[in-house]
Design a protein around this ligand. Sequence first.
Ligand code: N01
Length: 545
Amino acid sequence: MQRNLDVIVVGAGFAGIYMVHRMRQAGRSVRAFEAGSGVGGTWFWNRYPGARCDVESMEYSYGFSRELEQEWEWTERYAPQPEILRYINHVADRFDLRGDIQLDTKIVSAHYDDSTRDAGPSRESDGGIGRWRILTDDGESWTAAFCIMATGCLSSTNSPDIPGLDSFAGELHHTSRWPHAGVDFDAKRVGIIGTGSSGIQATPIIAREAAHLTVFQRTPNFSVPAHNIPLARETQAEIKKNYPKIRALNRERPAAFGINWGDSGGLTFDSTPDERRAAYENRWQMGGLGFVGVFADVLLDQSANDEAAEFVREKIHGIVEDPEVAALLSPDHVLGCKRPCTDTGYYEAFNRANVELIDVSRDPIERITPTGLVTTAREFELDCLVLATGFDAMTGALQRIDIRGRNGMTLVEKWSAGPVTYLGLGTSGFPNFFTITGPGSPSVLSNMVTAIEQHVDWIADCLEFMRAQGHSTIEATTAAETEWVAHVNAVADETLYPTCNSWYLGANIPGKPRVFMPHIGFPPYVEKCQDVVAKGYEGFSFPEQ
Ligand code: N01
């Protein structure tokens, strides 16, 4: 087997799969390594009950193949996890990609080796100068001219450091590492820690199955009903007829999706109170993430945000019968500064007699015991404990691999004060190293599939440019990345995003530097990427070794 490749891709989710496809098309030798026993990335791992996408299925799908988008049939407005996983598997088969994807393999280290830089000109697939040396967890080593990280933004599990967690004798499951065989909650006393998107999706379903469910909430979250429905054939056919146009229009929207919502209603206080109320109600009835875009200034103006947030709190009080529980479920942070959730029956679940809400911000969790969970106020006997505690987002998956650039510099060391990237695509000192939807790019604040395609296409085109120009090495410059990080932060600082402890800021991980990681706004970002190319890859250098 050829162990000296042109390109190594780490991960085989939406990003890795499309990267392999583009590299194949360009005639490069490529291999993707995937830790899971199947392709699909986040949709392979997150199999918890209720898992589904919060971007509509007709939008959360690849646009690179006209045939693919015409032949695939989605069944629901918001696709459930098993259907998205089937779709990704279909793509892997349809484009015959599996031969270049190695499953059940973790990358332990990726080191840039320029020790043989004087050995003569490098060709992509020779074992020559400036190569990435990759070691897998089964001890195999590979080299490649290019190392492309398709490790995902929300793939590195955050397991809370609660004393005694390992001592729990019942069933313990993290939502992002859910057993393939499923979990039987029947007649069980279940506890769930975490009320982000995962916890909010899982809660109503577990509540229906379990004897008793205790929800341990540290921070309430805003959630808007999904109003999920089967996708009518006619609706799907209509969209398919206009797919290129719809996708193009979506790419002009700030988050690259949501064409159905129409435009926002301008600035909040340019409308009368009655008009505003009607607009909130309209977006609430539409359902999903579009609620935050009801007016253009919801994430820019505190007063505008207060009013939209108050509308959601009223809705919570309207749904939840016990006013004390409703009050506990009502967030007081800025609407949208933590990613809002999209649910099916979340608040309604608290009207069930078998569901209890515990405020662990008031009575913190002290420890887990073999038989349950102890807070400062009470002990809870549990047969099953679900951790819906999220991810070490955006940087976690990258930093858990021993990645070293020039002169042995580690990525962890380089990013010790927060991720430093140019366009979220590259970082200086790490030549021929790309991150798909890396920190500093729109990624999680946009339709991930669209963001992935934009990055994969940019990288593939860049490699073609290098081939045509005879360049063997590309590297972001320090000046460009410094300026870019400052720009990403300046954009965020003009908004209300940095006001609360979100995973966008790394605030959910103890000790993680507090830096706003995603770039806000897809269209200006794409424009910048295009401009960089038009100016001969401005901000990158081609040092040739
Ligand atoms: O994770 P989260 P998630 N003790 O970080 C709590 C995407 N996603 O997996 O807020 C007690 O949002 C924590 O409390 P706090 C989506 O982008 C999408 O739910 O830190 N509680 C919080 O409530 C989403 O935003 C979909 O105070 C602890 C929760 O755990 C992202 O993934 C579905 C704790 C974690 O919430 C992450 O969502 C699922 C502790 N020690 C996920 N540690 C859809 O497409 C943490 N918490 C719909």
